[in-house]
Design a protein around this ligand. Sequence first.
Ligand code: FE
Length: 210
Amino acid sequence: MATNLVKLVLDLIIFMQSKLLKNQKLLTFVQDLSGLLARERAEPELLKQGSALLATLVVQDDWLPEQFTVPHPEFYRQYLLYADPLERFSVVSFVWGAGQKTPVHDHMTWGLIGMLRGQEIDTHYFKQADGSYLRGESHVLKPGSVCSVSPATHDVHEVANFHADQTSISIHVYGGNIGRISRHVFDPVTGAEKTFISGYNSDVVPNLWN
Ligand code: FE
């Protein structure tokens, strides 16, 4: 009886420690990115150093709480993981159901995409003189890799789950509160644009202060 109780307590301690460690990774990332944004204003440097921080976060797929990994049968999901109170940045878990993809869209702020689970295809589009968008090369993002978007260089893209039969998850970081930013989707052929605000698909965020 006493042995069982000791074992139960030990299991509970191990469980709590593992929970703490998982949230610690996201908290460390948020803290490091806050520090970077406080000292660095030049976007190229920000993207370079921010990419390194995000690469550290997605190098191991053992920290994202289960509820932010759940796909929707029809639509890709955008779960908010953290929003800076000054809206300098936000961190989002993008969950792609099998075969799901975005329309061609922009962000109106810099963004970093870190691949955590599965793979996705990132295709950039470039505005032409007649207003249409030319499809650029596609890149397959492998787990652990990081890429970027930016209005300064390449803000318009389309992202798709590489897999037709499994979920993929990437961690996105933006230079603002992306769920509240007014931005656009495009018809690449005509160049016609539609304004949208994405919002988020979750009502709660991970508890980083547990
Ligand atoms: Fe995007």
